[in-house]
Write a protein that binds this ligand. Structure first.
Ligand code: SAH
Length: 351
């Protein structure tokens, strides 16, 4: 069955013509799926019963099922665990800010990048998410919360640049005028640094923010935390970031997870300043979220603050990521992991 929610309006028009239907049927169906957030053809009451039946035979509408929701008593952050039609699960996070609601989505089931501090990659990559599975994390959350989502960050499980074609289609559908029409400026895509794809994305000239997970200031140190550093050097990464800024005019975000005693020394701060100062950028410091499978520890609060102050003194735009949903948090990817462990423990297979 064809994945109808991953089609652009133009593609859907061509489909309707093939079925011998008028083009405006495509606009109606598109509108049902992407604006009214319909989850089945039966809801599409302005289509004839015959057309609805025809569609049901040919197309599948991706509609994720929430299997678990955790809500923070502190700040209202919610973590959703969604089941996909093949039984795999992914997690998404909904965060409330003064300026609007933000959703953090997953781009893959698992991840093959192997970053040492990250829970999402411990079991490797299961498969890529389709464009509609990425979209429906946002649609399902909008549907469940009955509140509009204004910001989207692709920072959940998975490496978006390792699922590049689906990511691009997802971005086009998410920002399309005939859909949820989320502003490109309110979307951030985070990558561990796959240089050729960063350059390809730059050439799309979208107004989205590119966030680079840097986490270390020398190739040697970065290789210890992130295997991807064996493929691309920090010099190549910085050139790609500069290129992204030249092509799009968008300031780069550098993510830097602070790990106690590993990358939080005065020397690290000085090296980071030297690296990023020439670029128009923003630095986001993330106190590392320890996972039980590894023995990384968070930097001391004083060390985090001192690190930030050093960057500020050098007039680098820097923030410390506020820890949302502290009480429901495991690190990224841990909700899914715990769910998998439980299913295995009660003798189930992967579902
Ligand atoms: N694969 C993409 C996006 C997913 S991770 C990337 O690498 O950017 C989103 C961010 O969280 C990345 O900067 C990642 O390195 C960071 N991260 C993952 N696990 C973490 C942990 N346990 N503590 C702190 N940051 C973590």
């Amino acid at each position: 069955m064809t994945d109808i929610k991953s089609m652009t309006l133009q593609e859907l028009m061509a489909e309707m013509e093939k079925l011998g239907e008028k083009k405006f049927r495509a606009t109606q169906i598109y509108n049902w799926m992407h604006q009214k957030l319909a989850r089945s053809f039966d809801e599409m009451t302005n289509l004839s019963a015959a057309l609805r039946e025809k569609c049901k035979e040919q197309y599948e509408i991706t509609a994720l099922q929430a299997v678990q929701v955790q809500e923070s008593a502190i700040d209202g952050t919610r973590k959703y665990l969604f089941a996909l039609s093949d039984g795999n699960v992914v997690e998404s996070v909904w965060m409330k800010y003064k300026h609007g609601n933000s959703v953090c989505i997953s781009s893959q089931v698992g991840c093959r990048m192997g970053c040492k501090f990250c829970a999402s990659t411990l079991d490797g990559l299961e498969r890529n998410l389709t464009p509609s599975e990425m979209l429906d994390q946002i649609y399902s959350i909008t549907f469940l919360t009955r509140e509009r989502v204004s910001n989207v960050v692709v920072m959940g499980t998975g490496e978006p640049m390792d699922n590049y074609d689906n990511l691009l289609r997802f971005l086009k559908l998410l920002t399309a005028e005939e859909g949820l029409h989320i502003s490109q400026r309110n979307i951030t895509v985070s990558t561990c640094g796959i240089v050729p794809k960063m350059r390809e994305l730059a050439e799309e000239k979208l107004q989205i923010t590119l966030a680079l997970s840097l986490h270390a200031t020398t190739d040697e140190k970065r290789k210890k935390l992130m295997p991807v550093a064996n493929s691309y050097s920090i010099t190549e990464l910085m050139e790609a970031c500069r290129y992204y800024f030249e092509q799009t005019g968008r300031r780069i975000t550098f993510e830097y997870s602070l790990v106690g005693g590993v990358n939080d020394t005065d020397e690290d701060a000085a090296e980071l300043i030297a690296l990023v100062k020439p670029l128009n950028c923003h630095v986001n410091l993330i106190p590392v979220n320890p996972i039980k499978e590894r023995d990384f520890v968070q930097s001391e609060n004083a060390a985090i603050q001192a690190f930030k102050n050093k960057l500020e003194k050098n007039r680098i735009n820097v923030t410390i990521r506020r820890e949302m949903g502290r009480d429901i948090d495991g690190a990224c990817g841990q909700l899914r992991r715990r769910h998998k462990e439980q299913v295995t423990a009660i003798g189930g297979n992967k579902r």
